[in-house]
Design a protein around this ligand. Structure first.
Ligand SMILES: [Zn+2]
Length: 287
């Protein structure tokens, strides 16, 4: 099969919505996690609303078809979708940012993105190397502010801090904030996707060192509320069930679960890195 045909097949299979996990588009009850931090995503594609008296911040637009669902969740909590002033993302992959253009059109929100992911957002994921990571295209979206590690985003007295946790994408961002007096950490993604090249990656040199930085940063953060770009990172479904029947304790407070998750993901990264290094060494021996 010619390369062009192969690539278009890959593109087709990536853009085929039936290939997505059904949990990505399945509605999920909107709920307040703590203080002014709320969950407005689907069963697995996490979106977070941070409400203030001067308007709201939204983290993750998900897919274009997710936007009505996010809007419904915002309204279910008694807030106005049009009051979203700032849109943020976890990273420049379509499942977290493809709905951004539509949300900006509908709300007029400003769009802040970590600088290392800003070009991908503005060109709609045009980098062809991303096909290796089942990366799909999305509507290019203007970025109003390019963020650096440690930058603060403040609205109505609430401050979110952007932490660069790269590797999964060069600008993968973990958001931290204080909500109801608790330290909330929304992990951007520590995952090595199938097909990711960790050794001698020409399009992303230093990817392995970036993952190492990601884990260093994640392990350094003070955590009460363990959250992430996908509900599956932190057992959203199970915790939400307990949340509904909770007495005084908030099941989203889970520093131990956070620690276990980060350690598990680091082990997965190191295992995959070792596997690829071994393959590379064998390949060089055979030359
Ligand atoms: Zn991703």
């Amino acid at each position: 099969m010619r390369l062009v045909q192969l690539l278009s097949l890959v593109l087709l299979s990536c853009s085929n919505t039936s290939a997505q996990p059904s949990s990505w588009m399945e509605p999920f009850p909107a709920h307040t996690i703590a203080g002014n931090l709320h969950y407005v995503g689907s069963k697995d594609l996490a979106s977070y609303l941070v409400t203030t008296a001067e308007g709201h911040l939204l983290i993750n637009s998900s897919f274009e078809d997710s936007v009505p669902l996010i809007r419904q969740s915002v309204e279910d909590l008694g807030f106005k979708f049009g009051d979203i002033k700032i849109l943020l993302i976890s990273h420049a992959h379509s499942d977290h940012c493809a709905g951004s253009a539509r949300i900006i059109r509908e709300t007029g929100a400003k769009h802040f993105v970590m600088e290392q992911d800003a070009n991908a957002v503005e060109n709609g994921g045009a980098n062809p190397s991303r096909l290796k990571a089942s990366y799909t295209r999305f509507t290019p979206t203007r970025v109003d502010r390019r963020l650096k590690d440690g930058d603060e985003v403040t609205l109505g007295g609430t401050t979110l801090v952007a932490r660069l946790t790269p590797g999964h994408t060069p600008g993968c961002t973990t958001w931290t904030l204080k909500a109801g007096g608790l330290n909330a950490v929304i992990i951007g993604s520590p995952n090595v996707n199938p097909g990711y090249v960790l050794v001698n990656n020409q399009e992303y040199p230093g990817i392995a060192q970036d993952y190492e930085r990601c884990f260093r940063v994640l392990k350094s953060l003070p955590v009460d509320l363990f959250l992430g770009a996908h509900g599956g990172y932190y057992d959203l479904t199970d915790k939400h069930r307990r949340f509904l029947f909770a007495g005084v304790s908030n099941p989203f407070v889970d520093p131990e679960g956070y620690k276990r998750y980060v350690e598990d993901r680091e082990t997965a990264f190191l295992t995959e890195l070792a596997r690829q290094q071994k393959l590379k060494a064998a390949d060089q021996l055979n030359r």
